[in-house]
Design a protein around this ligand. Sequence first.
Ligand code: ATP
Ligand code: MG
Length: 441
Amino acid sequence: MRQRPKKPRAPVACRPRPNSPLRTEKIVAKLQPVRGTHDLIGDDARAHLAIVAAAREIADRYGYGPMSTPIFEFTDVFQRTLGDTSDIVTKEMYTFEDKGGDSLTLRPEGTAGIARAVISGGLRDKLPLKCFYTGPMFRHERPQKGRLRQFHQIGVELIGVAEPSGDVEAIALGADILDALGILSETTLELNTLGDGESRAAYRDALVAYFTGHTDKLSDDSRERLQRNPLRILDSKNADDRAVITDAPVFDDYLSDDARVFFDAVRSGLDTIGIAYTLNPRLVRGLDYYSHTAFEFTTEALGAQGTVLAGGRYDGLIETMGGPATPGVGWAAGVERLAMMLGEPAAATRPIALVGMGEDGERETVRLARELRRAGLTIELLYKGGVKRGLKRADRTHAAAAVLIGDDELAKGSVTVRNLDSGEQADVAIADLTDHLAAYR
Ligand code: ATP
Ligand code: MG
Protein backbone atom coordinates (compact mmCIF):
# COMPACT_ATOMS: atom_id res chain seq x y z
CA MET A 1 0.00 0.00 0.00
CA ARG A 2 1.26 3.41 -0.88
CA GLN A 3 1.97 5.64 2.04
CA ARG A 4 0.55 9.09 2.06
CA PRO A 5 3.22 11.64 1.40
CA LYS A 6 4.41 13.29 4.60
CA LYS A 7 3.20 16.79 5.32
CA PRO A 8 5.88 19.21 4.28
CA ARG A 9 7.72 20.78 7.21
CA ALA A 10 6.83 24.32 8.09
CA PRO A 11 9.01 26.77 6.21
CA VAL A 12 12.03 27.80 8.26
CA ALA A 13 10.86 31.40 8.38
CA CYS A 14 7.91 30.40 10.62
CA ARG A 15 10.14 29.17 13.40
CA PRO A 16 11.66 31.70 15.77
CA ARG A 17 14.80 33.12 14.30
CA PRO A 18 17.98 32.41 16.29
CA ASN A 19 17.97 35.79 18.04
CA SER A 20 14.26 36.36 18.42
CA PRO A 21 13.12 37.10 22.00
CA LEU A 22 10.75 34.15 21.77
CA ARG A 23 13.53 31.69 21.27
CA THR A 24 15.86 33.18 23.88
CA GLU A 25 13.14 33.16 26.52
CA LYS A 26 12.45 29.50 25.98
CA ILE A 27 16.08 28.49 26.20
CA VAL A 28 16.86 30.67 29.21
CA ALA A 29 13.84 29.38 31.13
CA LYS A 30 15.18 25.87 30.76
CA LEU A 31 18.67 26.90 31.79
CA GLN A 32 17.71 28.46 35.11
CA PRO A 33 18.86 26.62 38.21
CA VAL A 34 15.96 24.81 39.88
CA ARG A 35 14.05 27.13 42.24
CA GLY A 36 15.65 27.17 45.67
CA THR A 37 19.03 25.95 44.45
CA HIS A 38 22.08 28.08 43.75
CA ASP A 39 25.50 27.96 42.19
CA LEU A 40 28.50 28.67 44.35
CA ILE A 41 30.91 30.79 42.34
CA GLY A 42 34.05 32.78 43.15
CA ASP A 43 33.90 34.51 46.54
CA ASP A 44 30.69 32.66 47.52
CA ALA A 45 32.35 29.32 46.91
CA ARG A 46 35.44 30.49 48.78
CA ALA A 47 33.40 31.68 51.77
CA HIS A 48 31.59 28.37 51.87
CA LEU A 49 34.83 26.39 51.92
CA ALA A 50 36.37 28.70 54.53
CA ILE A 51 33.43 28.14 56.88
CA VAL A 52 33.66 24.39 56.51
CA ALA A 53 37.47 24.44 56.97
CA ALA A 54 37.25 26.59 60.12
CA ALA A 55 34.56 24.32 61.57
CA ARG A 56 36.49 21.19 60.72
CA GLU A 57 39.60 22.50 62.45
CA ILE A 58 37.73 23.15 65.70
CA ALA A 59 35.91 19.79 65.46
CA ASP A 60 39.30 18.07 65.08
CA ARG A 61 40.48 19.70 68.30
CA TYR A 62 37.47 18.18 70.04
CA GLY A 63 38.28 14.77 68.55
CA TYR A 64 35.29 14.76 66.17
CA GLY A 65 36.64 13.09 63.03
CA PRO A 66 35.22 13.37 59.52
CA MET A 67 32.34 11.17 58.43
CA SER A 68 30.34 11.14 55.24
CA THR A 69 27.19 9.23 54.39
CA PRO A 70 25.39 8.96 51.02
CA ILE A 71 23.29 11.85 49.76
CA PHE A 72 20.34 9.50 49.28
CA GLU A 73 19.03 6.72 51.49
CA PHE A 74 16.05 4.39 51.49
CA THR A 75 13.04 6.59 52.26
CA ASP A 76 12.37 4.56 55.38
CA VAL A 77 15.57 5.82 57.01
CA PHE A 78 14.03 9.30 57.20
CA GLN A 79 10.36 8.44 57.35
CA ARG A 80 10.63 6.24 60.40
CA THR A 81 13.04 8.42 62.32
CA LEU A 82 11.86 11.94 61.60
CA GLY A 83 8.26 11.01 62.32
CA ASP A 84 5.19 10.86 60.12
CA THR A 85 3.96 14.23 61.32
CA SER A 86 7.17 16.22 61.01
CA ASP A 87 7.23 19.04 58.45
CA ILE A 88 10.11 17.33 56.71
CA VAL A 89 8.31 14.03 56.19
CA THR A 90 4.87 15.44 55.40
CA LYS A 91 5.95 18.21 53.05
CA GLU A 92 9.61 18.60 52.38
CA MET A 93 11.22 15.37 51.21
CA TYR A 94 12.54 14.81 47.70
CA THR A 95 11.42 11.23 47.31
CA PHE A 96 11.61 9.22 44.10
CA GLU A 97 11.45 5.67 42.91
CA ASP A 98 14.70 4.45 41.38
CA LYS A 99 14.92 2.11 38.42
CA GLY A 100 14.94 -0.93 40.71
CA GLY A 101 11.62 0.15 42.21
CA ASP A 102 13.06 1.22 45.59
CA SER A 103 11.79 4.38 47.20
CA LEU A 104 14.77 6.66 47.80
CA THR A 105 14.98 10.11 49.35
CA LEU A 106 17.56 12.87 49.01
CA ARG A 107 18.70 13.44 52.57
CA PRO A 108 16.91 16.34 54.28
CA GLU A 109 19.31 16.21 57.23
CA GLY A 110 22.39 14.31 58.37
CA THR A 111 21.63 12.57 61.65
CA ALA A 112 19.36 9.78 60.39
CA GLY A 113 21.98 8.63 57.84
CA ILE A 114 24.71 8.57 60.46
CA ALA A 115 22.50 6.61 62.86
CA ARG A 116 21.75 4.19 60.01
CA ALA A 117 25.51 3.82 59.45
CA VAL A 118 26.08 3.08 63.14
CA ILE A 119 23.68 0.15 62.82
CA SER A 120 24.50 -1.13 59.32
CA GLY A 121 28.26 -0.53 59.64
CA GLY A 122 28.55 -2.35 62.95
CA LEU A 123 29.90 0.79 64.62
CA ARG A 124 27.99 -0.11 67.75
CA ASP A 125 31.10 -1.84 69.13
CA LYS A 126 33.27 1.22 68.58
CA LEU A 127 31.27 3.76 70.54
CA PRO A 128 31.49 6.52 71.42
CA LEU A 129 31.41 7.81 67.87
CA LYS A 130 32.38 11.43 67.56
CA CYS A 131 31.97 12.76 64.06
CA PHE A 132 31.84 15.93 61.99
CA TYR A 133 30.02 16.02 58.65
CA THR A 134 29.26 18.51 55.94
CA GLY A 135 27.37 18.46 52.67
CA PRO A 136 24.20 19.36 50.79
CA MET A 137 20.74 18.71 52.23
CA PHE A 138 17.46 18.80 50.30
CA ARG A 139 14.06 20.06 51.44
CA HIS A 140 11.12 21.09 49.30
CA GLU A 141 10.37 24.32 51.16
CA ARG A 142 9.14 27.71 49.99
CA PRO A 143 12.40 29.38 48.95
CA GLN A 144 13.18 32.72 50.60
CA LYS A 145 16.18 34.48 52.09
CA GLY A 146 18.10 31.90 54.12
CA ARG A 147 15.73 29.11 53.10
CA LEU A 148 16.72 27.00 50.12
CA ARG A 149 15.76 23.67 48.62
CA GLN A 150 19.35 22.55 48.32
CA PHE A 151 21.36 24.00 51.18
CA HIS A 152 24.45 22.90 53.05
CA GLN A 153 25.04 21.96 56.62
CA ILE A 154 27.93 21.35 58.91
CA GLY A 155 27.10 19.13 61.84
CA VAL A 156 28.45 16.96 64.62
CA GLU A 157 27.21 13.85 66.40
CA LEU A 158 28.33 12.31 69.66
CA ILE A 159 26.84 8.82 69.80
CA GLY A 160 27.12 6.46 72.75
CA VAL A 161 27.45 9.03 75.54
CA ALA A 162 24.47 9.27 77.87
CA GLU A 163 25.96 11.78 80.32
CA PRO A 164 24.96 15.44 80.37
CA SER A 165 28.62 16.32 79.87
CA GLY A 166 28.15 15.06 76.30
CA ASP A 167 25.48 17.72 75.71
CA VAL A 168 27.77 20.35 77.19
CA GLU A 169 30.63 19.28 74.94
CA ALA A 170 28.48 19.35 71.80
CA ILE A 171 27.17 22.82 72.66
CA ALA A 172 30.68 24.08 73.48
CA LEU A 173 31.93 22.78 70.14
CA GLY A 174 29.15 24.68 68.35
CA ALA A 175 29.93 27.84 70.31
CA ASP A 176 33.63 27.58 69.54
CA ILE A 177 32.95 27.20 65.83
CA LEU A 178 30.71 30.29 65.86
CA ASP A 179 33.46 32.06 67.79
CA ALA A 180 36.13 31.00 65.29
CA LEU A 181 33.91 32.47 62.57
CA GLY A 182 33.63 35.69 64.59
CA ILE A 183 29.85 35.59 65.00
CA LEU A 184 29.29 34.07 68.43
CA SER A 185 28.59 37.48 69.97
CA GLU A 186 25.78 38.04 67.46
CA THR A 187 23.97 34.90 68.58
CA THR A 188 21.96 33.79 71.59
CA LEU A 189 22.01 30.23 72.85
CA GLU A 190 18.45 29.16 73.60
CA LEU A 191 18.04 26.09 75.74
CA ASN A 192 15.20 23.81 76.73
CA THR A 193 14.60 20.26 77.83
CA LEU A 194 12.16 17.84 76.24
CA GLY A 195 12.53 15.57 79.26
CA ASP A 196 12.41 11.78 79.28
CA GLY A 197 9.60 9.50 78.10
CA GLU A 198 7.70 9.80 81.35
CA SER A 199 7.79 13.62 81.39
CA ARG A 200 6.85 13.81 77.73
CA ALA A 201 3.79 11.60 78.24
CA ALA A 202 2.57 13.81 81.10
CA TYR A 203 3.25 17.01 79.15
CA ARG A 204 1.60 15.59 76.07
CA ASP A 205 -1.61 14.99 78.00
CA ALA A 206 -1.54 18.54 79.32
CA LEU A 207 -1.03 19.94 75.82
CA VAL A 208 -3.83 17.85 74.33
CA ALA A 209 -6.19 19.09 77.04
CA TYR A 210 -5.18 22.72 76.42
CA PHE A 211 -5.18 22.72 72.61
CA THR A 212 -8.41 20.72 72.42
CA GLY A 213 -10.05 23.73 74.05
CA HIS A 214 -8.69 25.98 71.26
CA THR A 215 -9.02 23.85 68.12
CA ASP A 216 -11.09 26.53 66.37
CA LYS A 217 -8.10 28.91 66.49
CA LEU A 218 -5.51 26.40 65.29
CA SER A 219 -4.24 26.01 61.71
CA ASP A 220 -5.20 22.86 59.79
CA ASP A 221 -1.65 21.59 60.18
CA SER A 222 -1.76 22.00 63.94
CA ARG A 223 -5.19 20.36 64.23
CA GLU A 224 -3.58 17.39 62.50
CA ARG A 225 -0.58 17.60 64.86
CA LEU A 226 -2.95 17.59 67.83
CA GLN A 227 -4.04 14.11 66.83
CA ARG A 228 -0.61 12.72 66.12
CA ASN A 229 2.07 14.76 67.89
CA PRO A 230 0.78 17.70 69.94
CA LEU A 231 4.28 18.72 71.06
CA ARG A 232 5.01 19.77 67.54
CA ILE A 233 2.35 22.45 67.61
CA LEU A 234 4.81 24.42 69.74
CA ASP A 235 7.17 24.46 66.74
CA SER A 236 4.55 25.96 64.41
CA LYS A 237 5.42 29.19 62.62
CA ASN A 238 1.77 29.98 61.82
CA ALA A 239 0.73 33.33 63.38
CA ASP A 240 -2.67 32.07 64.65
CA ASP A 241 -1.00 29.04 66.21
CA ARG A 242 1.60 31.24 67.86
CA ALA A 243 -1.12 33.23 69.58
CA VAL A 244 -2.64 30.09 71.09
CA ILE A 245 0.80 28.72 72.01
CA THR A 246 1.57 31.75 74.20
CA ASP A 247 -0.64 30.45 77.01
CA ALA A 248 0.04 26.74 76.56
CA PRO A 249 1.33 24.73 79.54
CA VAL A 250 5.14 24.72 79.90
CA PHE A 251 7.22 21.58 80.04
CA ASP A 252 8.93 22.60 83.25
CA ASP A 253 5.79 21.81 85.26
CA TYR A 254 5.77 18.21 84.01
CA LEU A 255 9.44 17.27 84.24
CA SER A 256 10.24 14.04 86.09
CA ASP A 257 12.88 14.19 88.80
CA ASP A 258 15.38 12.30 86.62
CA ALA A 259 14.84 14.65 83.69
CA ARG A 260 15.24 17.68 85.95
CA VAL A 261 18.51 16.34 87.39
CA PHE A 262 19.78 15.78 83.84
CA PHE A 263 18.83 19.26 82.71
CA ASP A 264 20.35 20.86 85.81
CA ALA A 265 23.61 19.05 85.10
CA VAL A 266 23.67 20.40 81.54
CA ARG A 267 23.00 23.90 82.81
CA SER A 268 25.68 23.79 85.48
CA GLY A 269 28.14 22.33 82.94
CA LEU A 270 27.51 25.32 80.67
CA ASP A 271 27.89 27.67 83.63
CA THR A 272 31.21 26.07 84.53
CA ILE A 273 32.71 26.73 81.10
CA GLY A 274 31.16 30.17 80.86
CA ILE A 275 28.67 29.63 78.04
CA ALA A 276 25.68 31.92 78.50
CA TYR A 277 22.19 30.75 77.53
CA THR A 278 18.58 31.80 77.69
CA LEU A 279 15.92 29.33 78.75
CA ASN A 280 13.19 29.03 76.14
CA PRO A 281 10.41 26.72 77.33
CA ARG A 282 8.77 26.89 73.86
CA LEU A 283 11.80 25.53 72.07
CA VAL A 284 11.08 22.11 70.59
CA ARG A 285 13.00 20.54 67.79
CA GLY A 286 11.09 19.86 64.58
CA LEU A 287 11.99 16.18 64.57
CA ASP A 288 10.51 13.31 66.49
CA TYR A 289 13.58 11.66 67.89
CA TYR A 290 14.74 14.27 70.41
CA SER A 291 14.72 13.92 74.21
CA HIS A 292 16.25 15.91 77.05
CA THR A 293 18.34 18.82 75.80
CA ALA A 294 17.19 20.96 72.88
CA PHE A 295 19.15 24.05 71.85
CA GLU A 296 19.46 26.64 69.14
CA PHE A 297 21.89 29.44 68.46
CA THR A 298 19.69 32.18 67.06
CA THR A 299 20.41 35.63 65.71
CA GLU A 300 18.59 38.86 64.98
CA ALA A 301 20.89 39.44 62.02
CA LEU A 302 19.06 37.21 59.53
CA GLY A 303 15.42 38.29 59.79
CA ALA A 304 12.86 35.52 59.84
CA GLN A 305 15.38 32.72 59.33
CA GLY A 306 17.10 33.39 62.66
CA THR A 307 18.27 29.91 63.64
CA VAL A 308 21.84 29.28 62.57
CA LEU A 309 22.75 26.19 64.56
CA ALA A 310 20.31 23.77 66.14
CA GLY A 311 20.41 20.42 67.83
CA GLY A 312 19.75 18.31 70.85
CA ARG A 313 19.83 14.89 72.44
CA TYR A 314 18.27 11.99 70.58
CA ASP A 315 18.48 8.97 72.86
CA GLY A 316 15.54 7.23 71.16
CA LEU A 317 16.72 7.50 67.56
CA ILE A 318 18.78 4.39 67.02
CA GLU A 319 16.24 2.21 68.80
CA THR A 320 13.50 3.67 66.57
CA MET A 321 15.53 2.47 63.60
CA GLY A 322 15.67 -1.07 64.92
CA GLY A 323 19.08 -0.88 66.61
CA PRO A 324 19.90 -1.33 70.28
CA ALA A 325 19.14 1.57 72.64
CA THR A 326 21.99 4.02 72.06
CA PRO A 327 22.18 7.57 73.37
CA GLY A 328 23.29 10.45 71.17
CA VAL A 329 23.51 14.21 70.95
CA GLY A 330 24.40 16.52 68.07
CA TRP A 331 23.60 19.61 66.05
CA ALA A 332 23.63 21.00 62.54
CA ALA A 333 24.19 24.51 61.22
CA GLY A 334 23.23 25.97 57.84
CA VAL A 335 26.32 27.05 55.93
CA GLU A 336 24.38 29.57 53.80
CA ARG A 337 23.03 31.25 56.94
CA LEU A 338 26.51 31.33 58.47
CA ALA A 339 27.85 32.84 55.25
CA MET A 340 25.15 35.53 55.32
CA MET A 341 26.24 36.48 58.83
CA LEU A 342 29.90 36.58 57.88
CA GLY A 343 29.42 39.05 55.02
CA GLU A 344 32.43 39.59 52.78
CA PRO A 345 34.66 36.52 52.64
CA ALA A 346 38.35 36.83 53.48
CA ALA A 347 40.36 37.93 50.48
CA ALA A 348 41.91 35.15 48.46
CA THR A 349 45.70 34.79 48.50
CA ARG A 350 47.11 37.36 46.09
CA PRO A 351 48.82 35.56 43.25
CA ILE A 352 52.04 36.36 41.44
CA ALA A 353 51.44 36.87 37.73
CA LEU A 354 53.83 35.47 35.17
CA VAL A 355 53.92 37.34 31.86
CA GLY A 356 55.80 35.63 29.07
CA MET A 357 57.04 37.46 25.97
CA GLY A 358 58.50 36.00 22.82
CA GLU A 359 58.74 32.35 21.96
CA ASP A 360 61.44 31.39 24.48
CA GLY A 361 59.90 33.61 27.11
CA GLU A 362 56.53 31.93 26.85
CA ARG A 363 58.02 28.47 27.02
CA GLU A 364 60.10 29.40 30.07
CA THR A 365 57.01 30.97 31.68
CA VAL A 366 55.14 27.68 31.59
CA ARG A 367 58.11 25.86 33.10
CA LEU A 368 58.65 28.49 35.80
CA ALA A 369 54.94 28.55 36.69
CA ARG A 370 55.02 24.88 37.57
CA GLU A 371 58.30 25.16 39.47
CA LEU A 372 57.05 28.08 41.58
CA ARG A 373 53.67 26.46 42.25
CA ARG A 374 55.44 23.33 43.43
CA ALA A 375 57.51 25.56 45.72
CA GLY A 376 54.22 26.64 47.35
CA LEU A 377 53.59 29.98 45.60
CA THR A 378 50.24 31.02 44.10
CA ILE A 379 50.86 31.68 40.43
CA GLU A 380 48.57 33.19 37.82
CA LEU A 381 49.82 32.31 34.35
CA LEU A 382 48.98 35.01 31.81
CA TYR A 383 49.10 33.60 28.35
CA LYS A 384 50.39 35.82 25.56
CA GLY A 385 49.79 39.50 25.05
CA GLY A 386 53.00 41.45 25.71
CA VAL A 387 54.02 43.58 28.69
CA LYS A 388 51.28 46.21 28.63
CA ARG A 389 48.34 43.85 28.28
CA GLY A 390 50.04 41.39 30.60
CA LEU A 391 50.34 43.97 33.38
CA LYS A 392 46.75 45.07 32.90
CA ARG A 393 45.56 41.50 33.28
CA ALA A 394 47.90 40.93 36.24
CA ASP A 395 46.15 43.86 37.93
CA ARG A 396 42.76 42.30 37.29
CA THR A 397 43.81 39.12 39.12
CA HIS A 398 44.82 41.32 42.13
CA ALA A 399 48.35 39.99 41.77
CA ALA A 400 50.90 41.29 44.26
CA ALA A 401 53.73 41.12 41.74
CA ALA A 402 54.32 40.41 38.08
CA VAL A 403 57.26 38.47 36.73
CA LEU A 404 58.14 39.57 33.20
CA ILE A 405 59.88 36.87 31.24
CA GLY A 406 61.28 38.05 27.90
CA ASP A 407 63.77 36.62 25.44
CA ASP A 408 66.40 39.32 26.17
CA GLU A 409 66.39 38.82 29.94
CA LEU A 410 66.35 35.07 29.52
CA ALA A 411 69.56 35.27 27.49
CA LYS A 412 71.11 36.76 30.64
CA GLY A 413 69.52 34.10 32.86
CA SER A 414 67.27 36.61 34.64
CA VAL A 415 63.71 37.95 34.72
CA THR A 416 62.11 41.23 35.83
CA VAL A 417 60.00 41.24 39.00
CA ARG A 418 57.64 44.19 39.38
CA ASN A 419 55.93 44.97 42.67
CA LEU A 420 52.42 45.89 41.53
CA ASP A 421 51.66 47.99 44.61
CA SER A 422 54.80 50.17 44.63
CA GLY A 423 55.73 49.86 40.95
CA GLU A 424 59.34 49.01 41.91
CA GLN A 425 61.19 46.69 39.54
CA ALA A 426 64.16 44.41 40.04
CA ASP A 427 66.23 42.14 37.84
CA VAL A 428 66.32 38.75 39.49
CA ALA A 429 68.42 35.75 38.48
CA ILE A 430 66.18 32.79 37.66
CA ALA A 431 68.12 30.70 40.18
CA ASP A 432 67.15 33.18 42.94
CA LEU A 433 63.53 33.68 41.87
CA THR A 434 61.84 31.34 44.38
CA ASP A 435 63.68 32.98 47.28
CA HIS A 436 63.00 36.47 45.98
CA LEU A 437 59.25 35.79 45.62
CA ALA A 438 58.98 34.33 49.14
CA ALA A 439 58.39 37.92 50.30
CA TYR A 440 55.03 37.87 48.45
CA ARG A 441 53.66 34.74 50.08
P1 ATP B 1 13.83 26.18 60.44
O1 ATP B 1 13.12 26.33 61.76
O2 ATP B 1 14.55 27.42 60.00
O3 ATP B 1 12.98 25.58 59.38
P2 ATP B 1 14.79 23.58 61.01
O4 ATP B 1 14.37 23.34 62.40
O5 ATP B 1 14.02 22.98 59.91
O6 ATP B 1 14.98 25.14 60.74
P3 ATP B 1 17.12 21.95 61.27
O7 ATP B 1 16.50 20.77 60.66
O8 ATP B 1 17.35 21.97 62.71
O9 ATP B 1 16.33 23.25 60.83
O10 ATP B 1 18.49 22.28 60.52
C1 ATP B 1 19.59 22.90 61.17
C2 ATP B 1 20.01 24.18 60.47
O11 ATP B 1 20.06 24.01 59.07
C3 ATP B 1 19.04 25.33 60.65
O12 ATP B 1 19.25 25.96 61.87
C4 ATP B 1 19.43 26.23 59.50
O13 ATP B 1 20.60 26.97 59.79
C5 ATP B 1 19.74 25.23 58.42
N1 ATP B 1 18.58 25.04 57.53
C6 ATP B 1 17.49 24.26 57.73
N2 ATP B 1 16.67 24.31 56.67
C7 ATP B 1 17.25 25.16 55.77
C8 ATP B 1 16.90 25.61 54.47
N3 ATP B 1 15.79 25.20 53.86
N4 ATP B 1 17.74 26.47 53.84
C9 ATP B 1 18.88 26.88 54.43
N5 ATP B 1 19.28 26.48 55.65
C10 ATP B 1 18.48 25.62 56.33
MG1 MG C 1 12.52 23.66 58.64
